[in-house]
Design a binder for this molecule. Structure first.
Ligand SMILES: *Cc1c(COP(=O)(O)O)cnc(C)c1O
Length: 338
C-alpha cells in the first residue's frame, strides 16, 4: 500500500467533488460571467467577514498580488525568515513589487508584537519604508505551527497604531482554525487581506482565494490580469473549491490525528534525533549522527512511503485527505523496519 506524505497538495478530487465540477455552471470570468466563480468569491468573502474576494490559480499568486497592492517600490515587507513568501516564491516580492524583506528569526515561524514593532524601520531617506506585515498561519517551515488569536490581535493593534497593513498567508488557515476553535470572522477581522489555498488540505485540485475590501480586490483583479492569472471558464475549478469548503474543513482534524500517530512512532526510533512539536498536519524531524535524509527517503520509498527532505538531515511528513488510517499504520510499520 503506497502512502504519499510529500505534501497536502498531492490529493486528487473525490467522487463527490468531481460530480460538483461536472455539474458546474460556467461562463467567461474575464467578463465576470462565471456564476460559480462569483459564488465562490462571495462565499469566501462572507466567510471571513470581508467585502470581496478574487479566485486565482495559486497561493503564490494571491500572496504576490497582495504584496503588490499593499506596497510601492522601495517599501519593505516584515515577515518571519521561515515564511513561504521569502523561502518559496522565487523572490517574487523583489521581481513583481520592487520591495525588500525585513526578516525576523524565530524557532517556529510564529511572531509576536514586540518582535514586529522592533523591526519597523524609522523614516530616513536611506531606509526602505516598512509597509506590510505578513503572518503565515499555520507556518509550513515552522512545522505547521499555529498563531494564538491573542498574539495576532496584539500585532494588529500595534500595526494600526504604526500605520502598517497586515496580510495573512492562510494557505493552511483551516488547519489552524479547527484546532483553536476560532472562527473565520475572528481571524478575518485582524487582517487587511487574506490568502487561502483550496488545493492544500481542503483537497481541491487547483486554486486559491485572495480576500479583502472592495477597493483592494478591484486593484488585485488588475494585478492578477497583468500576471496572466485571469481565467475563463474556471468555474469547474471553483466548483471544486466550493465543495471543499462545504465538505473538507472539519475532517482536517483526522489529518492532525494521523500526524500525531506518526510523531508518536518516530519518538521510539533510535535513529531520530528530534521531532518538531506537532500542532496540525505536518511532522518535521531530524536524523541522528551522519544519517542523511536522502538515504532514509530512498529506503522508505522502497517500502511504499513517499516523503520529502526538509534539509540534509531533516525530513517532512504531511498528512492529507488521501491518507487513510490504514496507510498511516503501514507507514509506521515501514519506519520501524528501517
Ligand atoms: C503552498 C503554500 C503557498 C502557496 O503555494 P502554491 O503552490 O503557489 O499554491 C503559500 N503559502 C504557504 C504557507 C504554503 O504552504
Amino acid at each position: 500500500m503506497m502512502v504519499n506524505l510529500i505534501s497536502d497538495t498531492v490529493t486528487k478530487p473525490t467522487e463527490g467533488m468531481l460530480r460538483a465540477m461536472w455539474a458546474a455552471e460556467v461562463g467567461d470570468d474575464v467578463f465576470r460571467e462565471d456564476p460559480t466563480i462569483r459564488h465562490l468569491e462571495e462565499k469566501a468573502a462572507a466567510l471571513f467577514g470581508h467585502e470581496a474576494a478574487v479566485f486565482c490559480p495559486s497561493g503564490t499568486m494571491t500572496n504576490q498580488i497582495a504584496i503588490k497592492v499593499h506596497t510601492r517600490p522601495l517599501d519593505e515587507v516584515i515577515c518571519d525568515e521561515m515564511s513561504h513568501i521569502f523561502q518559496y516564491e522565487v523572490a517574487g516580492y523583489a521581481f513583481h513589487s520592487g520591495v525588500g524583506v525585513n526578516l525576523i528569526r524565530t524557532e517556529n515561524g510564529i511572531l509576536n508584537a514586540q518582535q514586529v514593532e522592533a523591526a519597523i524601520k524609522p523614516r530616513y531617506d536611506w531606509l526602505p519604508v516598512s509597509k506590510l506585515v505578513v503572518l503565515e498561519n499555520t507556518c509550513n517551515k515552522g512545522g505547521g505551527s499555529i498563531y494564538a488569536i491573542e498574539a495576532i490581535r496584539a500585532i494588529r493593534q500595534m500595526c494600526l497604531r504604526r500605520g502598517l497593513a497586515m496580510h495573512l498567508d492562510g494557505a493552511r488557515i483551516f488547519n489552524a482554525l479547527v484546532e483553536t476553535g476560532d472562527s473565520t470572522t475572528d481571524i478575518g477581522a485582524e487582517f487587511d487581506s487574506i490568502s487561502v489555498c483550496l488545493s492544500k488540505g481542503l483537497g481541491a485540485p487547483v486554486g486559491s482565494l485572495l480576500i479583502g475590501s472592495q477597493d483592494f480586490i478591484a486593484e488585485a483583479r488588475r494585478v492578477r490580469k497583468v500576471m496572466g492569472g485571469s481565467m475563463r471558464q474556471a468555474g469547474y475549478l471553483a466548483a471544486a473549491g466550493i465543495y471543499a469548503l462545504d465538505h473538507h474543513v472539519e475532517r482536517l482534524r483526522e489529518d492532525h490525528q494521523h500526524a500525531h500517530l506518526l510523531a508518536d512512532a518516530l519518538q521510539d526510533l533510535d535513529w531520530v534525533a528530534g521531532i518538531r512539536k506537532v500542532e496540525t498536519n505536518i511532522v518535521i524531524f531530524d536524523l541522528k549522527g551522519d544519517l542523511m535524509a536522502a538515504s532514509v527517503l530512498e529506503n522508505l520509498s522502497k517500502k511504499g512511503v513517499k516523503a520529502s527532505a526538509f534539509g540534509p538531515q531533516t525530513i517532512r511528513f504531511v498528512t492529507h485527505l488521501d491518507v487513510t488510517r490504514a496507510m498511516i499504520d503501514n507507514a509506521i510499520t515501514a519506519l520501524r523496519s528501517l
